[in-house]
Design a protein around this ligand. Structure first.
Ligand code: TA6
Length: 285
């Protein structure tokens, strides 16, 4: 554990691993069988609740961003989750994989903040071939209908932000957080980076690729139930205002998040939503 917070390490037969913290239900590490870390974590990360850890895959729920009444990105990433001993079955999601099931339910205090009775079950699985699967199931237990926005806020570790391309978002509309969330249309053939980017790409297709030229590898992001893709790099100036991020570290991170932002999800009593993310890394020229 770290600072007394339990962490669970998943390993597969080839020696790849993933570390999940009960603090926030946050994946903190995803390593190849050669022990190479694939997710970014800031050298200045703060590992003590309620502060979320800067890096890995924070869970943004029930609010993405700062539009709304809750704290930025909602409270789920700041809470201590519990291990779900008898999770409801999922169709063939876990066969041949090392999985952990976590559960978050609202406390009395949470209900004052956000008066909805939900159950949030998160399953994290590491497959035999090293792929990382995250499955979020959010259920409206029995309260009045509620709506939420959501993101798997994924910090990829990259060699050099100026040598990275993102493919799969061409021609999409996006909301630009740097211009009051105004709507634009992507013109480029692939996304490259030479300044701060903070966008929500809308109605994206279900596969996005992050090509790290220098390391000759591509992250492949596959998602279901998550219509949007958030792309964020703070660049130099913004980084200086982020206390738990090193001034130069923006060069070695890129957030590309499977998300549901523009059209929040509404659940009637008893309804359940499932959002799935599969991350894999493949060699690329
Ligand atoms: O990725 C979109 C974003 O909302 C950015 O505007 C930036 O604030 C980032 O999330 C990180 O948010 P955090 O609350 O983790 O510092």
């Amino acid at each position: 554990d770290k600072n007394g917070i339990d962490q669970v390490i998943l390993r597969n037969i080839r020696g790849a691993s993933a570390t999940v913290s009960l603090h926030g239900g946050q994946v903190l590490s995803w390593k190849t069988e050669r022990g190479e870390e694939l997710l970014f974590t800031s050298s200045k990360a703060i590992f003590s609740p309620p502060k979320p850890v800067r890096g890995g895959i924070p869970i943004c729920f029930p609010q993405f961003g700062n539009r709304g009444t809750l704290e930025q990105h909602g409270f789920a990433r700041n809470k201590i989750w519990v291990i779900d001993q008898n999770p409801p079955p999922l169709p063939n999601d876990s066969n041949g994989k090392a999985c952990i099931d976590l559960l978050l339910k609202p406390s009395e205090d949470d209900m004052k903040l956000w008066p909805h009775s939900f159950e949030f079950r998160l399953r994290v699985c590491l497959a035999a071939d090293g792929r990382l699967n995250l499955i979020s199931r959010i259920r409206n237990v029995n309260g009045k209908p509620f709506s939420f926005s959501f993101a798997f806020h994924t910090y990829f570790s990259i060699s050099d932000i100026s040598e990275v391309r993102v493919e799969g978002l061409e021609t999409l509309d996006y909301l630009d957080n740097l211009c009051q969330k105004e709507r634009f249309t992507e013109q480029g053939d692939a996304l490259t980076f030479e300044s701060e980017v903070d966008r929500v790409y809308l109605d994206s297709c279900n596969t996005v690729a992050v090509l790290d030229h220098e390391r000759k590898r591509t992250f492949v992001i596959r998602k279901e139930g998550l219509q949007d893709v958030v792309v964020w790099n703070p660049w130099e100036k913004k980084s200086k205002s982020i206390v738990d991020l090193g001034d130069e570290e923006y060069k070695h991170m890129l957030c590309v998040d499977g998300a549901a932002v523009e059209k929040p999800i509404t659940l009637k009593p008893g309804e359940e939503w499932t959002g799935r993310l599969e991350l894999s890394v493949v060699p690329s020229t």
